[in-house]
Write a protein that binds this ligand. Structure first.
Ligand SMILES: NC(=O)c1ccc[n+]([C@@H]2O[C@H](COP(=O)([O-])OP(=O)(O)OC[C@H]3O[C@@H](n4cnc5c(N)ncnc54)[C@H](O)[C@@H]3O)[C@@H](O)[C@H]2O)c1
Length: 269
């Protein structure tokens, strides 16, 4: 018996085997959950999600997470396929056209900016609002969205995704209040270390920053596999009273000022 035994979920955002959502799906399967997998129609064509579906014996249901009609159908199909209401949801969705096109923060394209916010932040609100209005999530259900510390501090290379993550964390807090009152549904964000995925590596200077964060953090960077375990613990009944939180999963990066490792690099200067 795994810790998610008997639980039904929806996992958004597995593109390929590097995706954090891919690792979460494998871990959730190992812990006994059943779930559907969802991604944008274009990602289904470009990625390898069908391989994951075979591994997890899951059905893939396309949905653009910014489109509430798609989300409405996704919930109906997931509930029919899994045989009951949903117990957990992973929101592992992020994309910024400004970051992709290497637009500096001081020269953003505002149509792109709105798209970044819609895909990376409002999509969480849309998923929750559709679920809330359909009463699609069971009591003590758990929703986890992935965030990054640029929501709290300036990271010059992260562009408009910084605002997207700040909005995402705020949506988790505020919807966490309303859904908690209505149905004891829990909503949290996990603020993850830099991780080598399609979205992560798309950020300019990623390799250098990955190494820097690894040397600052007392435990080193948290891997996608470790992140998956943490998300699964948040879906489980072991964390039933955790809600409306932004939880750092970063090997200690967020509470470290400077490390001896980095200090030593400046010794000869
Ligand atoms: N990789 C990192 O360094 C890192 C660090 C902290 C947080 N995160 C966050 O983790 C989450 C997952 O990213 P990842 O690193 O696994 O990269 P990834 O590129 O594998 O996943 C991003 C996913 O978002 C999906 N997506 C984009 N537009 C969509 C839309 N309109 N509808 C539905 N899905 C859409 C993509 O298809 C893709 O599957 C993101 O929120 C990201 O910001 C990543």
């Amino acid at each position: 018996m795994g810790i998610l035994s008997g639980k039904r979920g929806i996992i958004f955002g597995a593109l390929d085997e590097n995706s954090i959502a891919w690792k979460v799906a494998l871990e959730a399967k190992k812990e006994g959950a059943i779930f559907t997998l969802s991604n944008a129609p274009v990602a289904l064509r470009l990625g390898t999600i069908n391989e994951l579906a075979t591994l997890c014996q899951s059905v893939v249901i396309p949905a653009d997470a910014t489109n509430t009609d798609d989300l409405d159908k996704l919930f109906d199909q997931s509930i029919a396929e899994l045989g009951g209401k949903i117990d957990f949801i992973l929101h592992s969705i992020g994309m910024s056209p400004n970051v992709r096109k290497e637009k500096p923060y001081t020269n953003l394209n505002y149509d792109f900016y709105l798209k970044s916010l819609d895909i990376s932040a409002l999509s969480l609100h849309k998923i929750l609002q559709v679920a809330y209005q359909k009463d699609a999530i069971n009591e003590y259900g758990s929703v986890v969205a992935l965030s990054y510390i640029a929501a709290q501090r300036a990271f010059p290379f992260y562009g408009d995704m910084a605002e997207a993550k700040a909005a995402l964390e705020s949506i988790a807090r505020n919807f966490g209040y309303h859904y908690g009152i209505k149905n004891k549904v829990r909503i949290n964000t996990v603020s993850q270390s830099p991780t080598a995925t399609t979205a992560g590596s798309g950020v300019k200077g990623f390799d250098k920053f990955f190494k820097f964060a690894d040397q600052i953090s007392p435990l080193g960077n948290a891997s996608a596999e470790d992140c998956a375990k943490y998300c699964v613990s948040l879906f489980s009944d072991f964390t039933r009273m955790v809600t409306m939180q932004n939880l750092f999963h970063d090997g200690g990066f967020s509470n470290t000022g400077i490390s001896m490792n980095i200090m030593e690099k400046f010794e000869e200067i």
